[in-house]
Design a protein around this ligand. Structure first.
Ligand SMILES: NC(=O)c1ccc[n+]([C@@H]2O[C@H](COP(=O)([O-])OP(=O)(O)OC[C@H]3O[C@@H](n4cnc5c(N)ncnc54)[C@H](O)[C@@H]3O)[C@@H](O)[C@H]2O)c1
Length: 148
């Protein structure tokens, strides 16, 4: 099984990648090295250097992948307050890109790690509701071709 680890050159991602490899998984690392270290990825051959907000790069990296562990994110609390748009674009936009690429390539397994503190209580409730909804069978878009 091939696992795409986004943020695989990061602190958590490098440990996750090592553990995956030790347990017999094939690992592909995707990282823009904005906060990742090359020395952490030295033992890996399958490395994509790219930005998670770059749709084409993410789509290319998704080829032949069976599952995704998503750890590519910016996490500096101070900067997220002074420059929220940068964080929204990177973390939310990047995740949306990733999910779109997964959908196109029919990859359905994902592990996503984030800090709960980064999600406001209300958002958490909305997220839980969204998860509940996605688990139900009522997510099909309405069929506007049918008259009501
Ligand atoms: N470190 C912790 O204790 C901890 C605990 C719980 C959750 N987390 C979460 O796990 C995730 C990773 O945390 P970390 O501590 O390993 O951070 P990190 O900064 O060490 O790793 C993040 C990696 O993502 C990469 N990255 C960032 N933006 C990118 C982009 N646009 N495109 C491609 N790569 C990009 C960085 O270069 C870096 O290698 C974060 O979401 C963090 O909130 C971390």
């Amino acid at each position: 099984m091939k696992v795409l680890v986004t943020g695989g050159a990061g602190y958590i991602g490098a440990h996750v990648s090592d553990l995956l490899e030790k347990n017999g998984y094939q690992v592909r690392i995707f990282d823009d090295f904005s906060n990742g270290l090359e020395r952490r990825t030295k033992s890996f051959a399958d490395i994509y250097s790219g930005d998670i907000t770059d749709r084409q790069a993410v789509l290319k990296a998704m080829d032949g992948v069976d599952a995704v562990i998503h750890l590519a994110a910016k996490k500096a609390v101070g900067e997220s307050v002074s420059n929220p748009l940068k964080y929204y674009t990177n973390n939310v936009g990047g995740t949306m890109n990733l999910l779109a690429a997964m959908s196109l390539k029919k990859v359905s397994k994902i592990v996503f790690s984030s800090r709960l503190r980064s999600i406001h209580q209300v958002r958490r409730m909305q997220l839980q509701r969204a998860i509940q909804l996605s688990r139900s069978r009522h997510m099909e878009p309405p069929n506007f071709s049918q008259s009501s």
